[in-house]
Write a protein that binds this ligand. Structure first.
Ligand SMILES: NC(=O)c1ccc[n+]([C@@H]2O[C@H](COP(=O)([O-])OP(=O)(O)OC[C@H]3O[C@@H](n4cnc5c(N)ncnc54)[C@H](OP(=O)(O)O)[C@@H]3O)[C@@H](O)[C@H]2O)c1
Length: 340
């Protein structure tokens, strides 16, 4: 394999990289790999406590490297918050941005997602990386030193049913990233812009399966992505097992592809639907032990939707049932199961 040119972005021990979504999974892998290469690292995430723990661990592992924390919720952040985040790192010599933050979408038909869920998924996977890159560009281009913007995509960015907002957002990232790569050249800016699609990975937040050739660990994927720096392409798969999968997916006729992917994704949606039935039943029936009927009536009045309640025995245990909500959710799930 060709040697990576990532080291050209690390000049001296005062150079910084910023990794979004660095408290877990592939992002944490990037933080470890970059620290090992001698970069100081800004760890971005949404959970300060978790980030502090990760920072403590990394500091022990890499005592000669500095770490900083940046907290912003990427699924709901405002332009102002992004501006503040950028201002908080103005003093750093930043040469590498890794747009890693993202999340596996809920497996669901589009019509069953709440409008807010769609906004949140698009914000997390597409809007935040785009806005954050825009806000950081002046910093990344202010000196003549070369800089790197790496954006993590997904092999599931094309024709994957039941995760349409996730796939759509990831495809959007590949498009703007590869376009920006050309724009930087057109503008004579010394910025390498590289997009890295990724397949299934383990040792991440939602998946702790054993490592296999096609499902590598998070750190292996981060290392393979950094290995691709300087390859001259705008979009390139980093890890070899994922590259093989991508090759197969690309040459597969559309009907064959659908024959494989549709049953798999439908199966995942079936599992998700059962989980949701259980959740609706669990969260909709609240058991209030030892509370007076009067206090429960007051509570029900505060929750403005109509409800019924039962008084069971002398113990004054009551179930509060927001029955309209339950019926609405269940009928949506049932009607989707009749259609499929
Ligand atoms: N794992 C895969 O199989 C796979 C496949 C293809 C592509 N990818 C892509 O690879 C990237 C990393 O995925 P991963 O599997 O490593 O994920 P992960 O293990 O779940 O880690 C995601 C990171 O992002 C942070 N994060 C999540 N939502 C956030 C929010 N709203 N605001 C700020 N930070 C947030 C998480 O913080 P917390 O620690 O607080 O949760 C965590 O640090 C994503 O872009 C994903 O789409 C992953």
């Amino acid at each position: 394999m060709r040697s990576s040119s990532i080291k050209r972005y690390c000049k001296g021990n005062n150079t910084w990289a910023l990794v979004t979504g660095a408290s877990d999974g592939i992002g944490l892998g990037f933080a470890q790999e970059l620290a090992q290469l001698g970069f100081n690292v800004v760890l971005h995430g949404r959970n300060l406590t978790k980030l502090e723990k990760v920072k403590g661990r990394l500091q022990l592992e890499y005592p000669n490297v500095s770490f900083r924390i940046a907290v912003v919720d990427a699924s709901s952040t405002s332009h102002k918050q992004i501006g503040k985040l950028v201002a908080s790192i103005q003093d750093l010599h930043l040469t590498v941005l890794v747009n890693n933050v993202g999340g596996v979408a809920k497996t669901s038909p589009l019509e069953l997602l709440a409008a807010e869920e769609i906004d949140s998924a698009i914000n997390l996977n597409a809007r935040f990386p785009t806005q954050f890159t825009r806000a950081l560009l002046p910093k990344l281009t202010q000196s003549k030193a070369p800089s790197l913007i790496m954006t993590i995509g997904s092999l599931a960015d094309f024709m994957v049913p039941y995760t349409v907002t996730y796939g759509g957002s990831k495809a959007f990232n590949m498009a703007w990233s590869s376009s920006l790569a050309l724009e930087m050249k057109a503008e004579g800016k010394n910025v390498e812009v590289l997009a890295i699609p990724v397949g299934k990975v383990t040792e991440v937040g939602h998946n702790k399966d054993p490592i296999t050739f096609f499902t590598p660990g998070a750190r292996t994927v981060a290392r393979a992505a950094l290995q691709r720096v300087g390859c001259g392409k705008a979009i390139v798969v980093g890890y070899v097992g994922h590259a093989m999968l991508k090759f197969i997916l690309d040459i597969l006729p559309a009907s064959l592809f659908a024959g494989v992917v549709v049953p798999r994704m439908k199966g995942l949606w079936e599992e998700e639907r059962i989980k949701r039935y259980m959740n609706i039943m669990r969260t909709s029936f609240q058991l209030w032990r030892g509370r007076s009927i009067h206090s429960i009536r007051q509570q029900i009045r505060r929750n403005s939707h109509p409800s019924v309640y039962f008084h069971i025995g002398r113990s004054q245990s009551c179930f509060w049932v927001p029955y309209l909500d339950v019926l609405r959710h269940l009928s949506r799930l049932l009607s989707s199961s009749n259609h499929s």
